[in-house]
Design a binder for this molecule. Sequence first.
Ligand code: ADE
Length: 234
Amino acid sequence: MKFYCMTLFPEMVEQAMNTSILKRAMEREVIKLNTYNIRDYTLDRHNKVDDYTYGGGAGMLMQAQPVYDTYQAIKKDAGTTPRVIYVTPQGSQFNQKKAGELAQEDNLVFLCGHYEGIDERVLEEIVTDYISIGDYVLTGGELAALVMMDAVARLVPGVLNNEESFMTESFSDGLLEYPQYSRPEEWMGKRVPEVLLSGHHANIEKWRLEQSKKRTLERRPDLYALKYPQEHKL
Ligand code: ADE
């Protein structure tokens, strides 16, 4: 998987990706990150990438030309026409299913906006997907792009090792994960549930599923209803 990130703050994206599991994955070349500084593609003498909006109103807008030329450079380097994700609170909501779908691609471009947004004409020209990470507004798209790249990268084969593997984690089967415990057996007067010390694997599995269901019903009734729609119709 090759990630291409169009941004005014490439060092922010690189630093975050160059940490921990994703750093290891990049060293092994299972994933790659190429950042493109949109400012490098401006034709303006003063390296300006933004201007006032037609029709008035507060704030500055990123201009079409530098964004478009950055995209052309990526297309040339990639040797293909990859999907371009504009990270924006106006997009459809990112989730685990979307992460899985994006992880099937060989190349993904993330376009990070700043100021009040980007000239609509270049968005119409290059963007294939409008995706939001939630109903709140960030100062720029970089953190949102990083969230998506992280969630996608860990689904790419070879990024996680067996212990880190995603098969039994939250969301993989539509339920939240059960509670987990490590040593010691007793901490602050709280004991690890007896069943987990029993060594009885069938009982442990049964307990974990019950806990997952209970937790999902309590914390995310919306997910529970998706998983067990028939129970809700009663
Ligand atoms: N840019 C600013 N806010 C955002 C959000 N919630 N999701 C994606 N991109 C954003």
